[in-house]
Design a protein around this ligand. Structure first.
Ligand code: ADP
Ligand code: NA
Length: 326
């Protein structure tokens, strides 16, 4: 059987928010205790499926590198690299796209959703195939995913099986590592998830937000007309979201929090939540700022990551080419 290897990716589209941290980055850090071979790619090829300003994109690559390091991704344990620096991603992507049917891609919920909002590029349509290439290029066995990516991992699994059937057994069929954390909701509209692309700045808490910004955002978080602190995600999504965040920031469980907050009004409770978020994010924010001041170091981390990734990718891609008949 194939040696265990973890692969995951994140787009260089701005500073991660609390949802990204709890839903993805924290898990990435923890996996370093269990797996000895890990690749975390900052996937710039994926980010240009929608328009990006070149200068902003270039800067976001360094910002995301700083964020991954500040959250605890250790370049001695995990290979952190820029996707576009390893050309085999797109090369394998082409081969895999020739094994994938149009109708299969049309069924994916993200395409249905995103192509409704605007016309949608060919890249946006085929990016799940590039994702399959990202994962299979390293013959990865484990992929941490959020529940919004489960169908894309299924496509990767199908593609691996299809390749193996047509050309001979080669790719491990990777399995999903599902996070256990709850979806963090928008502070302005608790019916939707906290998202990087939310235009309302008050809706998301970024890892670089100052204590003052965090306090303001949580004070202005939408709750409801009941002033008690109770946990009921169905009928009180706003307060419940704050309790989920509070619980994730501390060692406290939801029940502990509700018990300890008896007699508090939501307005008072919000200050406790803000305090917990400020304290948890403080060392991360300070480390991001320190690293942002040292772009040469960040570039060195990315260069060395790309070198490692290329060394792993090249023999896999060569073997694939031989199997395909090139
Ligand atoms: P966004 O929608 O904010 O652009 P991405 O789609 O880039 O976020 O997601 C990056 C990772 O963060 C994924 O693993 C995703 O599941 C996770 N994630 C994104 N938003 C949230 C959220 N609100 N709560 C928990 N996890 C989230
Ligand atoms: Na998403």
């Amino acid at each position: 059987d194939a040696a265990p290897r973890v692969f995951s990716g994140i787009q260089p589209t701005g500073i991660p928010h609390l949802g990204n941290y709890l839903g993805a980055l924290q898990t990435w850090v923890q996996l370093q205790d269990t797996f000895s071979s890990i690749l975390y790619s900052i996937v710039d090829l994926h980010s240009i499926t929608v328009p990006q300003d070149p200068a902003v994109l270039r800067h976001s690559m360094l910002d995301m590198t700083a964020c991954l390091l500040a959250c605890g991704i250790d370049p001695e344990k995990s290979c952190i690299f820029q996707q576009s620096q390893v050309p085999e991603h797109t090369e394998l992507g082409w081969i895999l796209s020739c094994l994938t049917s149009m109708s299969r891609l049309k069924q994916l919920p993200q395409w249905k959703m995103k192509s409704q909002q605007n016309e949608g590029s060919v890249g946006l349509f085929t990016y799940p195939v590039l994702q399959a290439a990202d994962i299979l290029l390293y013959r990865s066995t484990h992929v941490p995913v959020g529940d919004d990516q489960v169908q894309h991992l299924e496509l990767t699994q199908d593609t691996a099986r299809k390749f193996n059937k047509r050309y001979g057994d080669f790719f491990p069929v990777p399995v999903a590592l599902m996070g256990t954390s709850k979806k963090i909701r928008s502070l302005r509209d608790p019916s939707s998830k906290m998202s990087k692309s939310d235009p309302q700045t008050l809706a998301t808490i970024r890892l670089t937000d100052t204590p003052e910004e965090i306090v303001t955002k949580i004070r202005k978080a939408v709750t409801d007309f009941t002033s008690e602190v109770t946990y009921d995600p169905e009928s009180r999504p706003g307060v419940s979201n704050l309790i989920s965040i509070h619980s994730a920031m501390t060692e406290l469980g939801v029940e502990d929090i509700v018990r300890q907050s008896q007699g508090l009004e939501t307005a008072q409770y919000k200050l406790l939540v803000a305090d917990a978020v400020v304290e948890k994010l403080r060392p991360i924010r300070e480390e991001i700022q320190r690293l942002q001041g040292d772009p040469d170091f960040l570039k060195k981390v990315l260069d060395s990551g790309a070198q490692t990734a290329r060394q792993l990718a090249s023999p896999v891609y060569d073997a694939v080419c031989k199997m395909v008949g090139f």
